[in-house]
Design a protein around this ligand. Structure first.
Ligand code: EPU
Length: 344
């Protein structure tokens, strides 16, 4: 295990804000796990590649960063099973699988972040999500000092949600992920943008299309600091949708189970007049209003203030409350957005 004190995390968060943590513990091997329970304090945060985290203060809490590596492939008659260390980069996994003839992750190309973070928020794009291929997650339990196996069902995957954000929050750490890919592969071309591809497109062609779609709309965090979609797409009842549709006939929606429907937060923000809005070195992205960008601020609080404004303008126009997908972290650990802006 490698530990550093008074560590600046500016290069460890894709919003590129400046914050300093008292200590960072970097896990390199499974042997490091046993040392963790005595090192963690009440408030700590598990950091992957920092592509979905906003540090909102100049101080951060104790940080634990798993960097366990390895991609191991096992083959049976009808499927490939892939076991991946939490510290692997997600897009590198997608490319490795595709070049080795293991298909299924092509729609999830170019999503920033680590493999260990993928189950936490059940990453998804272009009609596919992590849960579609996850067999189980290996999770180290701080209380019992044991590695536990959580099946797909145990993980309680939902839209950008899982047990790791809820019941198991900060009670342990994801160390490995196991995914299965049937050899009988089907293209998933249902999502707008991919539906232009021919039915017999190869997985590599699909991956290339996904990459070009993402590059056209989503800013590259290495060039313009951001954390992808800042807000979740809100899910509302069909009844509420019908009444909104009377005032806004063009409102896009995606029907869900249980008489609910999902709205496009990017559309709501654009209609609220905020696409391309800019203030104090931060702004709403010009090509995709769901993405907040940091042009030149070093303070996470500037992004929080912008997010509060966006939330409030959308609410005034549509009476819909959009909530962040990005996780907010103060010196005292993670904090709920509503609590954070209450004191402003
Ligand atoms: N739209 C607008 N204006 C905008 C942005 C979007 O009108 O500024 C409209 C689009 O025209 C479209 C609809 O909103 O009708 C949906 O837009 P898009 O297909 O770009 O997807 P999204 O719902 O904005 C979600 C995910 C993305 C993922 C894409 C593609 C969430 C929070 N975001 O975005 O995930 O890449 O679908 O599958 O679910 C991420 O989580 O960081 C992320 C980038």
């Amino acid at each position: 295990m490698e530990s550093n004190q008074q560590f600046c995390l500016q290069k460890n968060n894709s919003f590129n804000v400046r914050t300093i943590c008292p200590t960072i513990h970097i896990l390199n091997t499974k042997d490091d796990l046993a040392k963790l329970p005595e090192l963690i304090t009440d408030n700590f945060y598990i950091l992957g590649e920092g592509s979905n985290t906003l540090f909102v203060e100049e101080r951060a809490p104790l940080i634990i960063k798993p960097e366990l590596k390895g991609i191991d492939v096992f083959e049976s008659q009808d499927k490939h099973v892939v076991k991946i260390g939490a510290g692997e980069n997600w897009h590198n996994l997608v490319e490795t699988c595709l070049t080795r003839g293991i298909y299924g992750l092509e729609n999830l190309a170019l999503i920033p972040g680590s493999v260990g973070a993928a189950p936490v928020q059940n990453i998804g794009a272009y009609g596919v999500e992590f849960a579609d291929f996850c067999t189980y997650v290996l999770w180290y339990d701080f209380a019992s000092n044991q590695i536990k196996t959580l099946t797909n069902q145990d993980c309680r995957f939902r839209y950008r949600d899982s047990i790791f954000k809820n019941e198991l929050y900060n009670k342990g750490i994801i160390i490995e992920v196991v995914m299965a890919f049937p050899k009988k592969w089907h293209a998933n071309l249902s999502y707008a943008g991919l539906d232009v591809l021919a039915e017999d497109s190869s997985p590599i062609q699909i991956m290339e299309k996904v990459i070009s779609l993402r590059q056209a709309k989503l800013p590259d965090p290495n060039i313009l600091a951001n954390a992808g979609s800042f807000f979740k797409n809100p899910v509302i009842s069909m009844q509420q949708f019908k009444s909104l549709q009377k005032t806004f006939p063009d409102i896009p929606h995606y029907p869900q189970a249980e008489n609910q429907t999902k709205l496009a937060a990017g559309w709501l923000i654009e209609q609220a007049g905020l696409k391309g809005y800019r203030e104090r070195g931060v702004g709403v992205h010009q090509q995709q209003a769901l993405v907040l960008v940091n042009y030149e601020s070093t303070k996470g609080s500037d992004i929080v203030d912008l997010a509060a404004l966006v939330q409030q303008r959308v609410f005034s126009k549509f009476a819909i409350s959009i909530t962040p997908e990005v996780r907010m972290v103060t010196a005292n650990g993670e904090q709920d957005f509503a609590q954070l802006i209450k004191h402003k």
